[in-house]
Design a protein around this ligand. Structure first.
Ligand SMILES: [Ca+2]
Ligand SMILES: [Ca+2]
Length: 320
């Protein structure tokens, strides 16, 4: 058996202690460094977050100004060729890069039109049923959405009230109020992920002001929304009205005097309550890049005449 001489023993212990000290020192240093970086990151995040909030508000003021100018240039109609539809990208500031894009919220059907002021709105309900049929979806979804919003527990013919949802796991109840967010659709019976993803391309959620339905802008809606104006409208005629997204009916009177619309006699129907050539609601998407972090904010903007105001702020898109 080999025995260490005392000197060698001492050397060995010293080496071990040295290694231990180095290890502890390294661990401590790492820990301290880690904590400090967290603190620095936290402070920097707070500062960037605060700063980005102000930049986003600045961008919203800009959006407001664009909407005012657009209205003053042409108060009668909005189309996809309008200035508000041009994205703004890569505005370089000292410490940030700003980008923005506005989306037309009146280019989708508002689910809150279906039921309001304690009643369902027949022109909207009929319209939505036609839309569901055109999308090859179950028209019973309309009844289920109404039940989701109405204050009672009496199911519509093809509807679903609390009883249907309380038996699910986890159990939940209907909202009994207007939609607050499009994602509520996911909770409704008969709407699976695939239907949700497809439907939300054509429907949206907007608050109703003064208890009247929001209107579809016939210049900016997809062709299937034009087709849904009447169950007689052919696919071909809907595409002719759509003009590959370039429709620019100067006012709703011009739209109703279009030969196709006259052919289907739509001027005589309650569809007039649902359409317009103007857009009132916009989703202003604002992106602020600071120190390689992206801050995204959305302002739901309402334009009345030449004045646009932010109705709500959100971290997620209103226009989906
Ligand atoms: Ca209900
Ligand atoms: Ca009901």
């Amino acid at each position: 058996m080999m025995r260490l001489k005392p000197k060698q023993k001492q050397k060995g212990v010293a080496l071990f202690i040295t290694l231990l000290v180095i290890t502890i020192a390294t661990l401590l240093a790492t820990e301290i460094w880690f904590r400090n970086s967290l603190d620095i990151a936290r402070q920097s995040n707070n500062r960037s977050s605060y700063q980005s909030y102000h930049y986003a508000r600045g961008m919203a003021l800009w959006a407001k100004d664009i909407l005012r100018k657009d209205y003053e240039e042409n108060p009668e109609f909005d189309s996809s060729g309008d200035v508000w539809n041009q994205p703004i990208s890569g505005i370089q500031l000292e410490d940030a890069v700003l980008s923005g894009q506005m989306y037309d919220m009146n280019s989708k059907f508002n689910l809150n039109n279906l039921y309001f002021s304690g009643n369902f709105h027949p022109p909207s309900v009929n319209y939505f049923r036609r839309l569901l049929a055109n999308l090859q979806m179950d028209v019973g979804i309309a009844d289920k959405i109404i039940d989701w919003m109405d204050e009672n527990q009496v199911p519509m013919q093809m509807g679903a009230e609390d009883v249907s949802y309380l038996s699910q796991n986890p159990a939940y109840r209907t909202a009994g109020q207007p939609f607050q967010h499009i994602s509520e659709l996911r909770l409704i019976e008969g709407i699976n992920e695939e239907i949700y993803q497809r439907l939300k391309q054509f429907v949206t959620v907007l608050p109703l002001l003064s208890n009247s339905p929001t209107k579809l802008n016939v210049n900016t809606v997809p062709a299937v929304l034009l087709k849904s104006l009447d169950d007689q409208i052919s696919q071909r005629d809907a595409l002719l009205l759509y003009k590959e997204g370039g429709a620019s009916y100067r006012d709703i009177g011009v739209f109703f005097s279009d030969p196709i619309i006259r052919f289907y006699n739509l001027g005589q129907t309650d569809i007039q309550q649902l359409v317009d050539t103007k857009t009132e609601w916009f989703d202003a998407q604002i992106m602020v890049t600071m120190e390689s972090n992206l801050y995204q904010r959305h302002a739901l903007m309402l334009r009345k005449g030449n004045n646009a105001v932010v109705n709500q702020w959100s971290a997620t898109a209103f226009f989906q």
